[in-house]
Design a protein. Structure first.
Length: 87
């Protein structure tokens, strides 16, 4: 019998939420709708793109995730971490 991804190494993962998570796109910060562990080693962050972006030009905006004031890195592999947005 092969273990499936949700039960790797005999660990049963339940969706456990994390509080105090915010998402900043450009200079606009919003609270996460959900943030938490959804599978072994896999964290998920759900958020809505703020309405203000409907009036902004299309482009790649810097994005950071913060948990209780501790922010994610601004770069990955020497490049900026961005989210493309098209109104």
């Amino acid at each position: 019998m092969q273990p499936d991804d949700d039960h790797a190494a005999g660990v049963l993962v339940s969706q456990t939420g994390v509080s105090g998570v915010t998402v900043t796109i450009g200079t606009i910060t919003v609270p996460a709708d959900f943030a938490g562990l959804v599978a072994v080693g896999e964290f998920q962050v759900n958020f809505a793109v703020p309405q203000q972006f409907a009036n902004m030009p299309a482009g790649s905006y810097p994005i950071t995730i913060s948990v209780n004031g501790v922010s994610s890195p601004a770069t990955i592999n020497s490049g900026p971490l961005v989210i493309p947005i098209q109104p």
